[in-house]
Design a protein around this ligand. Structure first.
Ligand code: ADP
Ligand code: MG
Length: 390
């Protein structure tokens, strides 16, 4: 079978049929129609044998996982899955392996109404890149930036299961089937991501461990609120726009409109409250060079844990399992406290546990309060693929 036949046999018409695919696999490019009023959410992930998965992994599970990690990114933005492209680097032509891989990929694609529209196939050490494309109503994507002090922190599902399965596998120990499935066949929380549009203030999917990924929300949200992009409260762009309007309607043509620029020497003069907040933002950005960061307080006793992870923790009290082992693919989100009462009905509707585990603080740092009330600091903040690169 030629390479082209091989591709056509396995990857043409894979996944859902969609009206917005003008042209799929087979030409130099796919042609896709983005509906008016929607934004395209795009993300790519590469999985390399021996780094991201054990080379012995079941190819059907691998096909599932390669797409699941991309769908998890779409979920984390509140985007609806639409299309994917697939770059495969294969050590040899193995129709049986390819068939199983394609079947795992296709089943998950159909489940989420996603069409595979193109890709690339090359020879070399086993490596797989999947680019996913999702659609989100313009302006409604949920970003990492947007959390404010006082917001509550929530997570879906349970944490640490994939990490526990990996520890067992690497130690050559037996792994329970459900535990192994959490590692090899993760469930992207797409429906939850969509449901949290208009409710969550910030969101991320937990791929490198809760501590590291919540850390990204703190960094991005802190930088945004100091830089004027935050939601309400601080020197937000909405406040500045309103202030602009006031300045303009005063008809003072000599006054320059306020602009926020990093490290600018002369903060613009604004109305008292906002002016103070803006110059505060300037000071924080100007000094030290590092963007200001928010903090969070997490109650370890509140972390949602499966029975297997619970009993492991009862033995070794090693909280890095739920906090800093990778591959959970749950969602971590923040929301204003006054809207927390909406979560139980949402959890019920989705058939998915949603747990509030802590809150956002104004000062930098992740504070983990142990079950005994003491503080616990994670040693390892998540999986690092290049630990020696500095
Ligand atoms: P080109 O040389 O123009 O890039 P290719 O021979 O690489 O074309 O691919 C031919 C067609 O098959 C293209 O439409 C491409 O998107 C698709 N394709 C190639 N490999 C894959 C794959 N692994 N999965 C899905 N589509 C693929
Ligand atoms: Mg090509």
């Amino acid at each position: 079978m030629s390479e082209f036949d091989l591709i056509r046999a396995h990857f043409a018409h894979l996944g859902a049929g969609r009206d917005d695919v003008v042209l799929g696999v087979g030409d130099d490019c796919a042609l896709l129609r983005v509906p008016a009023g929607k934004e395209l959410a795009v993300s790519i992930d590469t999985l390399v044998a021996g780094v991201h998965f054990l080379p012995s992994v079941d190819p059907e599970a691998l096909g599932h996982k390669c797409l699941a990690v991309g769908l998890s990114d779409l979920a984390a933005m509140g985007a609806e899955p639409a299309w994917a492209t697939l770059a495969l680097t294969l050590p040899r032509e193995d129709p049986r392996w390819l068939g199983a891989f394609a079947a795992g990929f296709a089943a998950l694609a159909r489940e989420h109404g996603l069409a595979l529209v193109g890709g690339d196939t090359t020879h070399g050490p086993l490596s797989i890149s999947v680019q996913v494309h999702g659609l989100v109503p313009a302006g409604q994507a949920i970003r990492r930036a947007g959390a404010l002090p006082g917001d509550l922190v929530g997570v879906s599902g349970t944490l640490g299961d994939a990490g526990l399965a990996l520890r067992h596998l690497l130690a050559g120990e037996a792994v329970a089937a459900d535990s192994r499935a959490r590692l090899e066949r993760p469930t992207p929380r797409v429906a939850l991501g969509l449901a949290l549009r208009g409710l969550a203030t910030a969101m991320i999917d937990i791929s490198d461990g809760l501590a590291a990924d919540l850390g990204h929300i703190l960094e991005e949200s802190g930088a945004a609120s100091a830089g004027g992009e935050g939601r309400g409260g601080g020197p937000s762009s909405a406040n500045l726009a309103a202030e602009n309007l006031t300045l303009a309607s005063l008809g003072d043509g000599n006054r320059k409109p306020p602009t926020l620029r990093k490290g600018s020497g002369n903060p613009p003069r604004l109305g008292k409250g906002i002016g103070n907040a803006v110059s505060q933002g300037y000071r924080q950005l100007g000094s030290g060079g590092e963007a200001p960061v928010l903090g969070a307080e997490i109650r370890l006793a509140a972390l949602p844990l499966s029975p297997a992870v619970s009993s492991r923790l009862a033995r070794d009290a090693d909280w890095s399992l739920p906090l800093a082992s990778g591959d959970d693919y749950e969602l971590c989100f923040t929301l204003p406290p006054e809207r927390a009462s909406e979560l139980p009905a949402l959890a019920e509707r989705l058939g998915l546990d949603l747990t509030l585990i802590g809150r956002i603080l104004p000062d930098a740092g992740l504070v983990c309060i142990g079950p005994d009330g003491g503080r616990w600091t994670p040693e390892q903040r998540g999986y690092n693929h290049f630990p020696d690169a500095g």
